[in-house]
Design a protein around this ligand. Structure first.
Ligand code: IVH
Length: 683
């Protein structure tokens, strides 16, 4: 078999398996076997660059980080949906349709009821069956072109199937927009939020925000890791072209036959009462789904009837969204407490008399911030309404009117000092959240120490949650610095600390004294400084002493560091408690400067590899790319030879790319290069 034939065979096998997995929920090979197919295809494409195909499954992460998104007009406006909140509202909707269609109101109109996916709407343009563009809803008329991010969502086919597997082949309009919803499966949503919390970033309140935030990320490789998916539900053709099918159910079946994922619980309902039963059934059943749904979309099945009905400026007349009511319960608000997070955010929350809500028992609920408590006049002792809507954390809606106990409880006051360390709380200009800026604050310390010791920071094995709690309550540790003066005797006095575990921990702590500076910076838990920013700061400034003296302008001049991070770093070092703690850490032997590169314990996964850079990279300057290569042990050379390990080709790559192809040197796209760096950094 020729390489070209093998590549084609692999591409269609891979597409087949993607379709099995994403459209039919029934993979018929293991992940490892699937990866092996991708691996083989990549190898062939590397060896025979002339076989490159932009729609090959290997090209998903082909897009380069964008500078921003351009605005694009939709084939026809992306309208919103009118809402219905009750069976009564649904009957009214039905009545309107019957009147507009000149039919008696007891006509059993043909409807299709679909689950309403809680995500972000997207319009996918397919030209000659190939994915050309993905555009967000935007203002309905124009949206943002997020094609590079859409291409990495593996449930979206880069090329449509012709159908014909389970029925007749279905012809495809030469140009069409396919519309649907991008969403997070629950487990991926949970994973993304855990990662954000670990970085001290606010968790996404719901999957919709998370999907919207992700699709607007400028780096497709980062989007690819998040695990977004899509469900489609609509086709739009150019004005004058024949519709894809005469009924909506046929549209859904056609979409599926083309290899697109359609949410499979839709039902054909004859008459509005049947629709109401569908809504009733899914009110509770939805909790068992692998994705979030906030309602049911009811659509007229007959496309010709739809055309007769048309649309208002905002909504189509032929569809409506039934919204599930937010689940509510009433209970006593026992106490308003405040929580101190790792990064010092001090936020009020409600301690409630336990109450059943949305399938779980709720005892705590968010009160958002001090302003909200005052605005809703929520007081301790009140009977309150608690609600679980689309967000993961239940919230207190407000006091139940007319039930306030006597004597009237006093209005709640936000503490002026941190409840844990008494440092005066500050509220940065323009923010609603109060903060404790003291890095040694015991409440922050507990969360902070767990993060400090974690694998992606100082990597102190054995210093887990239980031990952190013991160290704090025994008053042995009041700041990160105290870890470095713990003695074996002190540790041996703690629960479950035998001789061996004590010795191991002492050794682990000692080892962390020589951790790279980026680990120290990440471990300190400076707000907005995740691992990436910590690495960038360490690379640029080399030591904590130099970083401490950096001005905001100097900080901002570092690639990857924006004004928010720069301000936050400056504020961190300006807080006296923090500066003292860093001095103490240095005094106890924590290395605060990176030793000469060759002496560091940093692994060098690219040792002996030579890279050649050609063309312009979108996400780094050449110097930055060279720095990353050298940091990982590789070398950069100006010319391509047989010994070159990789040529990294950016935009407008020139003769070096030609030469690489002639010599058979593997060529990396920018995205592949970024992936390689990421993998090596995890080494
Ligand atoms: S149909 C012209 N079907 O809900 C109407 N929309 O609140 C086109 N949505 O903007 C929309 N699941 O983003 C339709 N099964 C579904 C849906 C759905 C979620 C979203 C969509 C729309 C919003 C309206």
């Amino acid at each position: 078999m020729t390489a070209a034939a093998r590549a084609n065979a692999l591409r269609s096998q891979i597409r087949h398996h993607e379709e099995r997995y994403y459209v039919h929920d029934g993979p018929d090979i293991s992940d490892a076997d699937f990866d092996a197919l991708m691996h083989e295809l990549r190898a062939i494409e590397r060896e025979y660059p002339e076989l490159a195909d932009p729609d090959s499954p290997t090209q998903r992460v082909g897009g380069r980080p964008a500078e921003g998104f351009t605005s694009v007009e939709h084939l026809e406006p992306m309208l919103s949906l009118d809402n219905a909140y009750s069976a009564e509202d649904l009957r009214e909707f039905h009545g309107r349709l019957c009147r507009a269609l000149d039919l008696p109101e007891d006509t059993a109109l043909p409807y299709v009821a679909e689950l309403k996916i809680d995500g972000l709407s997207i319009a996918l343009t397919y030209e000659q069956g190939r994915l050309r563009r993905g555009v967000t809803r935007g203002d309905g008329v124009r949206g943002e072109d997020v094609t590079s991010n859409v291409r990495v969502i593996r449930s979206i086919p880069l090329a449509l199937s012709v159908g014909g597997k389970d029925g007749p082949p279905r012809s495809q309009p030469a140009l069409m927009e396919i519309r649907g919803e991008i969403y997070f499966p629950r487990p991926d949503f949970a994973r993304v939020n855990e990662a954000r919390e670990a970085l001290g970033e606010p968790a996404f309140a719901n999957p919709r925000n998370a999907a919207a935030g992700t699709i607007r990320t400028l780096d497709p490789a980062a989007v690819s890791r998040r695990g977004l998916r899509v469900f489609v539900y609509q086709t739009v053709v150019v004005p004058g072209a024949a519709p894809v099918a005469a009924t909506h159910e046929d549209v859904l079946q056609t979409l599926r036959a083309w290899g697109l994922p359609v949410e499979r619980h839709w039902e054909r309902c004859n008459g509005i009462e049947s629709v109401t039963r569908f809504c009733d059934r899914w009110r509770d059943a939805r909790h068992a789904l692998a994705f979030e749904t906030d309602g049911v979309v009811i659509k007229l099945n007959d496309i010709a009837m739809r055309t007769r009905l048309g649309a208002t400026a905002k909504f189509p007349r032929w569809a409506t969204a039934f919204k599930f009511p937010a689940e509510q319960a009433q209970t006593r608000l026992l106490q308003i407490s405040v929580n101190v997070g790792r990064t010092g955010a001090v936020t009020p929350f409600a301690v409630l008399a336990p109450v059943r809500l949305g399938g779980t028992t709720v005892q705590l609920a968010t009160l958002h911030n001090a302003e909200e408590v005052a605005r809703r006049d929520i007081r301790e002792g009140d009977l309150v309404t608690v609600e679980k809507g689309g967000d993961i954390i239940p919230k207190v809606v407000g006091p139940v009117v007319g039930t306030r106990p006597t004597p009237t409880p006093a209005a709640w006051q936000m503490p002026t000092r941190c409840p844990s360390c008494a440092t005066p709380l500050v509220r940065p200009v323009g923010e609603v959240v109060w903060r404790c800026e003291n890095a040694s604050c015991p409440a922050r310390l507990r969360r902070g120490l767990q993060h400090f010791a974690s694998r992606r920071a100082m990597n102190i094995e054995g210093l887990g949650e239980a031990l952190v709690d013991q160290l704090i309550s025994a008053n042995l540790v009041t700041s990160f610095a105290d870890l470095y003066r713990l003695t074996a005797e002190q540790l041996a006095g703690l629960e479950r600390m035998g001789q061996k575990s004590t010795a191991n921990l002492i050794e682990e702590i000692d080892k962390s004294r020589r951790a790279d500076v980026w680990r120290v910076l990440h471990g300190l838990g400076i707000r907005h400084v995740g691992e990436g920013a910590a690495r960038a700061l360490a690379r640029t400034f080399g030591s904590v002493a130099v970083l401490r003296t950096a001005t905001v302008e100097q900080l901002e001049s570092v690639g990857d560091i924006g004004p928010t991070v720069a301000q936050s770093v400056k504020a961190f070092f300006a807080t006296p408690g923090n500066a003292d703690m860093i001095d103490a850490m240095a005094y106890f032997g924590v290395q605060m400067a990176d030793a000469h590169a060759d002496n560091t314990a940093m692994p060098k996964p690219w040792a002996g590899w030579t890279f050649v850079l050609t063309g312009t990279l979108a996400s780094r300057t050449r110097e930055q790319a060279a720095e990353s290569i050298e940091r990982l042990g590789g070398k950069v050379s100006a010319s391509v030879s047989k010994k070159t390990r990789y040529v990294v080709a950016g935009e407008d790559a020139g003769s070096k790319l030609e030469k690489a192809r002639t010599l058979g040197v593997p060529v990396l796209s920018e995205a592949e290069f970024e992936t390689l760096i990421m993998q090596a950094s995890d080494f």
